[in-house]
Design a protein around this ligand. Sequence first.
Ligand SMILES: NC(=O)c1ccc[n+]([C@@H]2O[C@H](COP(=O)([O-])OP(=O)(O)OC[C@H]3O[C@@H](n4cnc5c(N)ncnc54)[C@H](OP(=O)(O)O)[C@@H]3O)[C@@H](O)[C@H]2O)c1
Length: 266
Amino acid sequence: MNAHPPAHSPAHPPTHPPADFTGRVVIVTGAGSGIGRATARAFAGAGARVLVVGRRKDALDETAAGHPGIAVHPADLRAPGAAEETVEAATARWGQLDVLVNNAGAAQLMTLADTTATAIADVFDLNVTVPSLLAHHALPHLRRSRGSITNLSSTYGHRPLPGGSYYAASKAALEQLTRSWAAELAADGVRVNALAPGPTESQALAAAGLPEAVVEDVKRQEAARIPLGRRGEPHEVATWILRLSDPATTWLTGQVLTLDGGLELI
Ligand SMILES: NC(=O)c1ccc[n+]([C@@H]2O[C@H](COP(=O)([O-])OP(=O)(O)OC[C@H]3O[C@@H](n4cnc5c(N)ncnc54)[C@H](OP(=O)(O)O)[C@@H]3O)[C@@H](O)[C@H]2O)c1
């Protein structure tokens, strides 16, 4: 008798096959750089039609270059009506929506001593209100497709960030929205999950207004604290966004997956 069951027997299922998004329509926000750009390209590589959103058209064009499945939609998502217009742009073009990736977001450094109402509103607007309005307008389409929402949190969504408490609080809010929406939408077959990356190569530190020398210093310090010895790469984060969003990931909802090279272990 053969000691090894056949490769596809239930006892030895094949390892997770590469995600297949053929025929699916995906919106990725903040796709002109970093994690969003890698994610949009990964979805396109897996067969999806992808609407990429961000303020800089040239950056979106660069994301789309060489990927015929990607269409660009330049927009400031904080502008009135922008969330609805974004969802309409995808559905008018392709007739359906299967996946919403709420990736656009920004870090913000502000101590309690320096806190202002405007700065609090700014970070919550982009990191909490924008994903909420996109999810709201996407919902009828996601119900039809029994699709999914993947939100980008951060390790700071569940750990303290001295000097960046409102960024951390905005990501904590997004994690809690993830769990509540997952429970609210489960009966419709719509799954909602979040990914919480640790320090990953992107434009985020520069976008937070830090000078280049400080950015390099922060990167060195972060890499030194990570047990796997380095910061993450956007494509490593994109892989897990695709897995969480994959229609084949049928029984996962309401979860926040930390992806951080072991940072939270220590
Ligand atoms: N990199 C990290 O270490 C890290 C760690 C944990 C979590 N995250 C999260 O991962 C997500 C992606 O960040 P990233 O690291 O890839 O940073 P990034 O390179 O700065 O990307 C953020 C994107 O959001 C877009 N964006 C910002 N404001 C916008 C607005 N008002 N309307 C539309 N788009 C807007 C930006 O494009 P435009 O400027 O062209 O609009 C940019 O492409 C964020 O939610 C971030 O909080 C990142």
